[in-house]
Write a protein that binds this ligand. Sequence first.
Ligand code: 13P
Length: 255
Amino acid sequence: MKQPLIVANWKMNGSELLLRDLVRAFEHQGPDLAAQVVLTLPAPFFSLARALLESGEISWGGQNIHWQDEGAFTGEISAPMIAAMGGTHCIVGHSERRQGWAETDQVVASKAQACLRADITPIVCVGERLEERQQDKTMEVVKRQLEAVITNLAPALLEKIVVAYEPVWAIGTGQEATPEMAQEVHSSLKKLLGTQCLQSPPVLYGGSVKADNVAALLAMDDVDGVLVGGASLVTEEFVRLCAYAGEQAKNNSNG
Ligand code: 13P
């Protein structure tokens, strides 16, 4: 059975209390969670994550890094810093960073490479804005964003990344893409990835994912997991979402 990958993106939210609460809730849930869970956290919570998630059943990571490994970059953190603390993943190219910090495709590509140099998994986000979808430019946009990252990656490195398709209009709006819309984009992204490596990296869907819609999304052939914002900040909702994801994975493998 292929385990779905569930990544929580807390953005600039949460607290140590929430992290403790979430970890406790997963412990109560028991060991048979059929999903792989990664919490991407604000940097001030990294040390607590290291202490609480020592067993490695749940992994953790960052939401952004600088593309350099070290230097005079006040306020930034680097991929080697996350790796040194035991973090395993980092989001790069989230649409909030592309929009709010003017991150270009090239910057995102450099950040993905910084993650790979530090041996952590970049979660590379791509996604179209509403007007781009309305102008029928979705595929053009997401392919351009992905190509910038994968063009110069050797197949062995490409297989180590994770891709997340997050339509910008679905983020934080409660208006998720339909499973069919997600499938259509994921299948094109996988075709593109497949031209450069044998084993396509996982492609996650993000944008208003909740416990109630996760199973339908994961029932799609090319949706390998989800990237979850708001619903990852409510313990009971997120634990339920992960449990439903695990159940769906079992159904997929039985069907
Ligand atoms: P929401 O789940 O709150 O829509 O956020 C999605 C997201 O941006 C995850 O990276």
